[in-house]
Design a protein around this ligand. Structure first.
Ligand SMILES: [Zn+2]
Length: 210
């Protein structure tokens, strides 16, 4: 098996994402760049709790399979991001509950808490693109290129996508976004939460070194 280390690392992140409910059954997909313009990505239709390192697909930047099982049906979005967004070393895409809830509301997410802030909030909702299409890649790439500080985007009526400079980072961003959205959702049930002011944002940026 080639790229064993990279595959083991990806498997570990998938298991963590499964454990914290970011991914369920086979929904969502995670990938990372490896050497020679290749990408390791979760395979299509496998329940992640049963996945083994050798199942992970190795593909090129056009999505052609090099080794492993058939890659995720949402591969075109991942490869479009890698071809066009150099800061994306890894991609974590989830159909997590709160990401999906807000992706259906079609409203940008304000800077409500630090968890959303570290994801680059305000977080936009990308225009509708059917799952697994090249268009899903185009709409996300367009936003990432226009917002260099942004790591998380909501995909309209679909889920969320996070990029990072490592697998850990992409996973942490997705987790932060989901936590930030969950608390935002719950606070809206109880009252009218207010986003941070510009002054508060600057204060936090200074103290956090963001
Ligand atoms: Zn999806």
């Amino acid at each position: 098996m080639s790229y064993q280390e990279e595959r083991e690392q990806l498997l570990k992140i998938v298991q963590q994402a499964y454990k914290v409910d970011l991914i369920r059954m086979s929904a969502g997909n995670i990938s990372t760049r490896i050497e020679n313009d290749l990408v390791a990505i979760t395979p299509s239709g496998i329940e992640y709790r049963h996945m083994k390192a050798e199942d992970i697909s190795i593909i090129d930047l056009e999505g052609n399979l090099i080794e492993g099982l058939k890659p995720s049906s949402e591969t075109p979005m991942h490869t479009a991001i890698y071809r066009n967004v150099p800061r994306a070393k890894s991609v974590c895409h989830t159909h997590s509950i709160y990401g999906m809830v807000f992706a259906m509301l079609q409203e940008d997410i304000p800077v409500m808490n630090v968890e959303l802030m570290v994801c680059g909030a305000p977080i936009p909702v990308a225009p509708w693109a059917a799952l697994g299409t090249a268009k899903a890649g185009e709409v996300t790439v367009k936003i990432y290129l226009s917002r260099p500080e942004l790591s998380v985007i909501l995909l309209r009526q679909h889920g969320l996508v996070a990029i990072g400079n490592s697998l850990d980072q992409a996973f942490i961003k997705a987790y932060n976004a989901e936590t930030g959205l969950e608390t935002y959702y719950k606070s809206r049930l109880l009252g009218t939460p207010q986003p941070f002011t510009r002054e508060q944002i600057n204060e936090i940026k200074e103290s956090y070194g963001l």
